[in-house]
Design a protein around this ligand. Structure first.
Ligand code: VGL
Ligand code: ZN
Length: 223
């Protein structure tokens, strides 16, 4: 059995972290030392992703009329621009990770010198895209990042997912990685959640899909 692991670091960006992030996740910065350690391991491919939205992105509460535009609370119905039959309910957020702003930058303490590729996602203003692979529409999907082809092209067998946020972009990236045919592992202590009380549900989604949550010392990648 071959084993060729990749590390995918999801959205470790200023806007998802204290002290000033627009959508700060409690403890967001604290996972960086663990991720920097993992970055010294011999993963065959090390990829960092960035949530990278235009200012008029559909997920920003500020782009919707009151009263149904409360960040963290309100939802909108998003229609597939290529197929009006396909819709999705999506949560509204404060403006975050706007292209070219400080909030969109990767944390400066993240060792990007050990990262092979940076993938930007969420640039299409018409759709929400938590997954680093593609938006959630299927008939057809609207935006693809090229991540699946990059992993397949490198002969990757296993994908290890870390980063922010555990209950949004990490979750959907891990579920898509498994769906794309990679054995997928989430390093739980290298993630933090927007809503930690949702993690039991996330765990159930992982079990159903075949994604495995492990600790930082259990990657099976030789240090
Ligand atoms: C994310 C909410 C909105 C994430 C991105 O990276 O988990 N969450 N956009
Ligand atoms: Zn976003």
């Amino acid at each position: 059995m071959s084993f060729k692991p990749a590390l995918v670091i999801v959205d470790v960006q200023e806007d998802f972290c204290p002290p000033k992030g627009a959508l700060a996740v409690t403890g967001g910065r604290d996972i960086v030392p663990t991720i920097n350690e993992l970055l010294t391991y011999p993963f065959a491919l090390k990829i960092a992703t960035k949530d990278y939205h235009p200012h008029d992105h559909i997920s920003f509460a500020s782009n919707h009329p009151a009263p149904n535009n409360k960040p963290f609370e309100s939802t909108v119905t998003i229609t597939n621009p290529h197929n009006s039959e396909e819709t999705q309910e999506a949560r509204l957020w404060p403006d975050h990770c706007v292209q070219g702003t400080k909030g969109a930058e990767l944390l400066s303490e993240l060792d990007v010198s050990n990262v092979d590729h940076i993938i930007e996602k969420g640039q299409d203003k018409r759709v929400e895209m938590y997954s680093a692979f593609a938006d959630p529409f299927t008939s057809p999907c609207v935006a693809e990042s090229g991540l699946a082809d990059m992993l397949r092209g490198a002969g990757i067998t296993d994908v290890y997912v870390v980063g922010l946020a555990a209950d949004y972009c990490v979750k959907f990236t891990a579920l898509d990685a498994q769906k794309e045919g990679f054995k997928t592992w989430v390093v739980g202590d290298a993630t933090k959640a927007v809503d930690p009380s949702s993690l039991d549900e996330v765990q159930k989604d992982y079990e159903k899909a075949g994604v495995t949550v492990i600790g930082r010392d259990d990657t099976q990648v030789q240090r």
